[in-house]
Design a protein around this ligand. Sequence first.
Ligand code: ADE
Length: 232
Amino acid sequence: MRKIGIIGAMDEEVSRLKEMMKNVSVIEKAGMDFYIGQLKEKEVVIVKSGIGKVNAGICTQILIDQYQIEAVINTGVAGSLKNEINIGDIVLSTDTLYHDMDATGFGYKLGVIPRMETSIFQADTILLELAKKVCKEVNKDIQVFCGRVLSGDQFISNQNVKERLIKNFSGYCTEMEGAAIAHTAYLNKIPFLIIRAISDKADSSATMDYGIFEEKAIEHTVNLLLGMIEKL
Ligand code: ADE
């Protein structure tokens, strides 16, 4: 792959990677700073999208239109939706969907986007397999899971809401951008992968745990991305 786009929603999620870039130029568009350069000899564009689905979708489309990226990787943190997925562990997306899409009033199932061919966006299997292999090599002290990532414009910090998401969508983790990035990648026919380290359990402890564990969780995604990038 010639050029990879890397999106994180927040500074914390991409600042380490940006620091390690070489031959960097920065171009601003739509309020986002696109860092263009090399990471471990690989051409990359790294950008902080801002939080939520709209920011993430706009950011992905700019990466595709302005920089002709050949794949997009989303890195960041997420809330766990499975007991066995612990804080610090990594979830790699097999697929992703919007948990807050609701057109049930028209008879659609929850999560289904009316009048689209699919509402479940499949991650690229080559990126997924590579990430899984590299993650085991570079993050030996944690577990790596491959499964469904749920996205919505909601920080989930309530046990009842969490249980509803698990029942309705069988997700492994929940966050606020991945499906929008995947949706945009799907419409433009480019491969994508979501890499999320668990910062909290998406229940009543989430807001507190998030602050405590976010930094450590991000270390694992940075290790993984650095390990992956040279093999792409
Ligand atoms: N990102 C990290 N933790 C999250 C949560 N619990 N809900 C949504 N996005 C998150």
